[in-house]
Design a protein around this ligand. Structure first.
Ligand SMILES: NC(=O)c1ccc[n+]([C@@H]2O[C@H](COP(=O)([O-])OP(=O)(O)OC[C@H]3O[C@@H](n4cnc5c(N)ncnc54)[C@H](O)[C@@H]3O)[C@@H](O)[C@H]2O)c1
Length: 265
C-alpha cells in the first residue's frame, strides 16, 4: 500500500525548489496535494506536473504573511481536495547576509515570512485537525536554526520555528497531532540566495561539497524523502524532533579536523 494513499497534504511555497519536490514526492506516494505559493503561476505548474504524473493536485496563490489570505487559501484547498491531514510548512526566504549590514525592513520581512507566516498556517489548520481527531505537521527550518551560517534574521526565525515545532508537539499531541521539523543543510535549488551565489561563482555547490561529510550538497528530493517519512504513519510515535537532513554538516568540523589536527599528527 502506498505510504500516503490516505494523506491529503498542503505544501506551502511549492512553486519552486524543495516545496515542489515535496509536493511531487508526496503525490507519487499516493497523497492528494494542495500547493500554495506567492507565485500562483509557479504553484499551478507544480499542480500540472503532479497531474501529468497521474496524481491529484490543486493550487492557489497566497501570501503566508497575510492571515486572512491563508485562511481563505486553506478553505479553498479543503473544498478542492478534502480535509487536510498533513501540513508541510516549507515557504521561506532570505537574502540578507550579515547582522551588521541588515536593514530594519529586511529583518522584519525575513522574520515575517519564515516565522510569522508559518504560524499563520498552523493557526489556520491546527483547530481543524484537532476537531477531526488528528493530523501531522512538518516544518522546514534549517541548520541555520541551530548554528551560525550567516543570514541572521532568517536564522533567528528558523530557530524560532524549531521551538514552535516543540510547542505544537507538546500541546497538540493529545489531540493526535504530531509536529516535527526538518533542518536541511545546503540544497541545490535556484532560490534567490543560491542564484546570487552561483552568479558570483558557478562552482559554489561543488566547492561547498567538501564541507559535507557525505561529500555533496543535498538535492531537493533528499529533503522530500525525510518529509514524507515524518508526515507518515511510519513516524506515528515521533513528534517534536528537529531532524537535520544535512549530509552530516552538524555532526562535526571534519574539514578543520582534517586540515589542522589529523594533518599535524
Ligand atoms: N535551498 C537551501 O539550501 C535551503 C537550506 C535550508 C533550508 N531551506 C528552506 O527550504 C525552504 C524552501 O527553500 P527553496 O530553496 O526551495 O526556496 P525557493 O525560493 O526555491 O522556494 C521557496 C518558495 O516559497 C515561496 N514563498 C516565499 N515567500 C512566500 C510567502 N510570503 N507566501 C507564500 N509563499 C512564499 C516562494 O515563492 C518560493 O516558491 C525554505 O523554507 C528555505 O528556508 C532551503
Amino acid at each position: 500500500m502506498p505510504r500516503h494513499d490516505t494523506t491529503t497534504a498542503l505544501v506551502t511555497g511549492a512553486a519552486h525548489g524543495i516545496g515542489r519536490a515535496i509536493a511531487r514526492h508526496l503525490a507519487r506516494e499516493g497523497a492528494a496535494v494542495a500547493v500554495i505559493d506567492l507565485d500562483a503561476e509557479g504553484a499551478a505548474e507544480t499542480a500540472r506536473l503532479i497531474q501529468s504524473e497521474g496524481g491529484i493536485a490543486f493550487s492557489t496563490g497566497a501570501d503566508i504573511t497575510d492571515m486572512a489570505a491563508v485562511t481563505a487559501a486553506v478553505d479553498t484547498c479543503e473544498a478542492a481536495i478534502g480535509p487536510l491531514t498533513l501540513l508541510v510548512n516549507n515557504a521561506g526566504f532570505t537574502d540578507a547576509g550579515d547582522l551588521a549590514g541588515i536593514g530594519l525592513e529586511a529583518w522584519h520581512k525575513e522574520v515575517d515570512v519564515n516565522l510569522n507566516g508559518t504560524y499563520h498556517c498552523l493557526r489556520a489548520l491546527l483547530p481543524r485537525m484537532q476537531a477531526r481527531g488528528g493530523g501531522a505537521v512538518v516544518n522546514i527550518t534549517s541548520v541555520n536554526g541551530v548554528r551560525y551560517f550567516g543570514n541572521p534574521a532568517y536564522s533567528a526565525a528558523k530557530a524560532g520555528l524549531i521551538n514552535l515545532t516543540q510547542s505544537v508537539a507538546s500541546e497538540y499531541g493529545r489531540h493526535g497531532i504530531r509536529c516535527n521539523a526538518v533542518l536541511p543543510g545546503s540544497v541545490r535549488t535556484d532560490n534567490i540566495t543560491w542564484r546570487i551565489r552561483q552568479e558570483k561563482d558557478p562552482q559554489v555547490f561543488q566547492k561547498l561539497a567538501r564541507w559535507y561529510p557525505m561529500g555533496r550538497v543535498a538535492e531537493p528530493e533528499d529533503i522530500a524523502k525525510a518529509v514524507s517519512f515524518l508526515g507518515s504513519e511510519d513516524a506515528g510515535y515521533i513528534t517534536g524532533v528537529a531532524l537535520p537532513v544535512d549530509g552530516g554538516l552538524l555532526a562535526g568540523m571534519n574539514v578543520m579536523i582534517g586540515e589542522f589536527i589529523l594533518e599535524s599528527q
